[in-house]
Design a protein around this ligand. Structure first.
Ligand SMILES: [Zn+2]
Length: 383
């Protein structure tokens, strides 16, 4: 009787499982999560880049074609105007932090593990890709905990020793080689640590290609001492990989993990362009970011199962500069024609930012929300 009951129960469980699993795979259960961040990009940056590339009646940018569109509030715990540290921490750990904090409360309150740490705990591979220094605020929030964003060496040490991120690509070599300690007192040559921990270390596009072809299991690519060179300043001799190239490299390596992966891709220099009120730089960075999104979309398109099991989110952390497009007012500019543009300042603004998404759970992102909700959607999708 007992055995029969057990058998019946297990059969019922199996039936329920069989009935639910297709529904569940529609509602959640993301095998992969890819979050792509155009730092400091407002909606007017999108208008400008699309109009320049395709004209006012032309095709949309790649990220504009994602299935769901929503927007988010971006304020931090202590300011209506966030910085990138608090904004990324809200996504990474699902609660509000003060500006400068990297998933860390100065008053000692505990912090939950980041979405990247959750993914890693589930056996997934993890990756961070940025055009800024790899230990800068946006990637840092996902794979480190630190009282301020200036603890660059400590953040790098945590990447290698604690969070053990599999693929790290960007600038910021100086944080790995500096002799002076950071604000938290961490110092030391992290390149030596990286090699000891099994990382292949690369410093230009050719070395990156070789490492990918060789199937590097752990990869640290540091292509500039600080931020990488903006697109508008790159010459043919430049040996730094572009954001789309770094994205393709990360997908090639992380995509091999049997348990799936978590990947962050940041177009960090959109923010820097807006801080400088530099239109050619902003344009180059938004279009390079969009090409990186196209790389991801093509990677998803190549495999139906992959597409069905990957949550892709494109979301800006905050707007920078109060950028607007004010003309031309007496004609429609063709592709490549100059636009009339202006900024109201050189700092961040409090304006809400856009979210484009598709894949398991993304329907929950098609509305107005707080930035902490993005964490909840990702965490639910992982379950
Ligand atoms: Zn900024």
């Amino acid at each position: 009787m007992h055995t029969l009951r057990k058998l019946l129960l297990s059969t019922t469980t199996a039936l329920v499982f069989l009935t639910l699993s297709p529904m569940q795979s529609l509602a959640g259960n993301a095998r992969n999560i890819i979050i792509m961040i155009p730092d400091g990009m407002g909606l007017a940056d999108v208008t400008a880049a699309r109009t320049f590339k395709h004209g006012p009646n032309g095709a949309p940018l790649s990220f504009e074609t994602l299935q769901h569109i929503g927007y988010q509030r971006s304020h931090s715990a202590n300011s209506l105007v966030t910085d990138s540290a608090a904004a990324a921490s809200a996504w990474a750990c699902g609660e509000k932090f003060d500006n400068n904090e990297i998933c860390y409360h100065g008053d000692g309150r505990p912090v939950r593990p980041s979405i990247l740490e959750l993914a890693r705990k589930m056996g997934k591979a993890t990756g961070l890709v940025t055009t800024d220094g790899i230990t800068e605020a946006t990637p840092a929030a996902f794979a480190a905990h630190a009282p301020t964003r200036d603890c660059r060496q400590e953040i790098g040490r945590q990447y290698l020793e604690t969070t053990k991120v599999d693929v790290l690509l960007g600038g910021g070599r100086s944080a790995f080689t500096t002799e002076t300690s950071d604000q938290g007192g961490t110092k030391g040559n992290l390149l030596i640590t990286a090699r000891q921990k099994g990382y292949t270390v690369v410093s230009d596009r050719d070395e990156l290609s070789k490492a990918v072809a060789g199937g590097a299991r752990k990869l640290l690519g540091l292509f500039q001492s600080r931020g990488m060179t903006p697109e508008c300043h790159r010459t043919p001799e430049n040996r730094e990989p572009s954001l789309p190239e770094m994205t393709a490299a990360a997908l090639a390596l992380l995509g091999k993990d049997r348990d799936g992966f978590f990947l962050l891709v940041e177009g960090a220099l959109v923010d820097k362009a807006n801080h400088r009120n530099n239109y050619p730089m902003q344009l180059g960075e938004v279009l390079a970011f969009d090409e990186a999104v196209a790389v991801v979309k093509n990677w998803l398109k190549a495999d139906r199962k992959r597409k069905e099991s990957t949550l892709l989110i494109v979301v800006a952390d905050h707007e920078t500069g109060g950028f607007v497009v004010t003309g031309p007012t007496a004609s429609l500019p063709g592709p490549g024609a100059p636009l009339k543009t202006a900024w109201i300042g050189k700092g961040h603004t409090a304006v809400d930012t856009m979210i484009w998404s598709e894949g398991p759970g993304s329907e929950k992102l098609s509305r107005a929300m707080d930035n902490t909700t993005v964490y909840k959607v990702m965490a639910d999708a992982l379950r």
